[in-house]
Design a protein around this ligand. Sequence first.
Ligand SMILES: Nc1ncnc2c1ncn2[C@@H]1O[C@H](COP(=O)(O)OP(=O)(O)O)[C@@H](O)[C@H]1O
Ligand SMILES: [Mg+2]
Length: 229
Amino acid sequence: MIMTTGAEPVIRMFHVHKRYGSQMALHDVNLTVLKNDFVFITGQSGAGKTTLLRLLFLDEVVSQGQILVNGIHLQRIRRAKIPFLRRNMGVVFQDFRLIHSYTVYENVALVLETTGQQKRYIQKRARQVLRMVGLEDRLHAYPQRLSGGEQQRVAVARAAVGNPLILLADEPTGNLDTTAADMVFDLFRQLHTRGTTVIVATHDSRLFEKVQGRIVVLNQGCVESKLTV
Ligand SMILES: Nc1ncnc2c1ncn2[C@@H]1O[C@H](COP(=O)(O)OP(=O)(O)O)[C@@H](O)[C@H]1O
Ligand SMILES: [Mg+2]
């Protein structure tokens, strides 16, 4: 019998193991994320949250097991195709990774420029997402002149600006107060409403109240539980 559930899987992880040398980071992880899911990956520091996200955009490769993203086998993808995989993804890095010689506005607009959008649309959309995260007054500042929390919000705006199919965010509110964290989640919710699949890694369980979603708990590299809230 064929079961139809409506939503299709966007990410599938089968028996994924990840080791860094002798250090085990993920152990036998099985996970399916459906289109338009909102998923929190949680667990204590060192549990493997960042590693799991990095495997999904091929910043790291699995030691064992398989990952499919949009039906693409990440273990078989040709190097030349990796940019196309990443084009569907917005990533908020834990350490931001902003371009320091670019202004706030330029860091965000660059995403749309590389996908060949019209100039007027780029200006409108980049300003819109930066307004949503409360940075409308900082458009022409350089990242090094910003606080950690402001840099983090630029990273969030950059990940969101292209309306990606998948948004991966690593501790995206780690440097933010409640007001700024709320702005970030308003933006995530807006993308989610428009069809983006959102995956947020966080050790902060207070974030779970901000949105209805699924929670995947990692403990020392293993999936300890999966809950729906
Ligand atoms: N580049 C690396 N080299 C060696 N060990 C690493 C590396 N990255 C992570 N680890 C180890 O893998 C485990 C999981 O780390 P990480 O995925 O960063 O966890 P989390 O994001 O939940 O804090 C930890 O024991 C960490 O020390
Ligand atoms: Mg981490």
